[in-house]
Design a protein around this ligand. Structure first.
Ligand SMILES: Nc1nc2c(c(=O)[nH]1)N[C@H]1C(S)=C(S)[C@@H](COP(=O)(O)O)O[C@H]1N2
Ligand SMILES: [Mo]
Length: 204
């Protein structure tokens, strides 16, 4: 495989299927609510808030799409028990953000903000994993609208509800807070969501 592809470490496990997951060949579509339409003239991507970030950022689609891109080879595990292996993602590495803002030491978690108010939370060391990216392409094709076009987060080593589709911004936080699926009224999914230790629900 080409050296400029980042290999997600979980793809090198001898058993790539986490406990109580089943392999799927199709690519299921899973989300709450409608599929948003994309308007490149009004779309923006925000990084906030000061002073956890050195300056608030608002990128237009043109600016975001001009950032350097990486390729990541990774597996995907949905908490509803399907796993899809061998995905080649392309997009902007989450680490790229650190070239544009300096983070305060107080920033410990992120809230990922998406269209229609969908959110998900994760610790910054997971968000900035070497295999994490804002993907615009999958297996060489632009994402389908159903799968997050124009851009989705991909965090391969956590359950896929953390891989938020239709991302519009990142909010850094000092303390952890539940996102959409993590809230009790939407099922109380786990604050981290490690598939290898089956962190499915908040009380697992
Ligand atoms: N905006 C948004 N992103 C989301 C979700 C959602 O409800 N809204 N669901 C998540 C869940 S539960 C999964 S398993 C993956 C599924 O991604 P896919 O539909 O591309 O397979 O998207 C995640 N991203
Ligand atoms: Mo999921």
């Amino acid at each position: 495989m080409n050296e400029d592809i980042i290999i997600s470490p979980d793809t090198q496990r001898s058993n790539r299927i986490p406990p109580r997951q089943a392999l799927t060949r199709k690519w299921p579509i899973l989300h709450y609510g409608p599929v948003p339409t994309f308007n490149p003239a009004t779309w923006d991507f925000q990084i906030v808030p000061e002073p956890l970030v050195s300056r608030n950022i608002r990128w237009t689609w043109e600016q975001f799409n001009a950032l350097p891109k990486v390729k990541v080879f990774a597996d995907m595990h949905c908490v509803t028990r399907w796993s899809k292996l061998d995905n080649l993602w392309e997009g902007v590495a989450t680490r790229e953000l650190l070239k544009h803002v300096t983070l305060s030491e107080k920033a410990k978690f992120v809230m990922v903000h998406c269209e229609y108010g969908f959110t998900t939370n994760l610790p910054i060391e997971w968000f900035f994993g070497e295999d994490c990216l804002f993907a615009t392409h999958h297996n060489g094709q632009p994402l389908d609208p159903d799968h997050g076009y124009p851009v989705r987060l991909v965090v391969p080593r956590l359950y896929a509800w953390k891989s938020a589709k239709w991302v519009r911004g990142i909010e850094f936080m000092e303390q952890d807070e539940p996102g959409f699926w993590e809230r009790w009224e939407h099922g109380g999914y786990h604050m981290l969501g490690d598939p290898w230790t089956e962190q499915r629900h908040r009380d697992d």
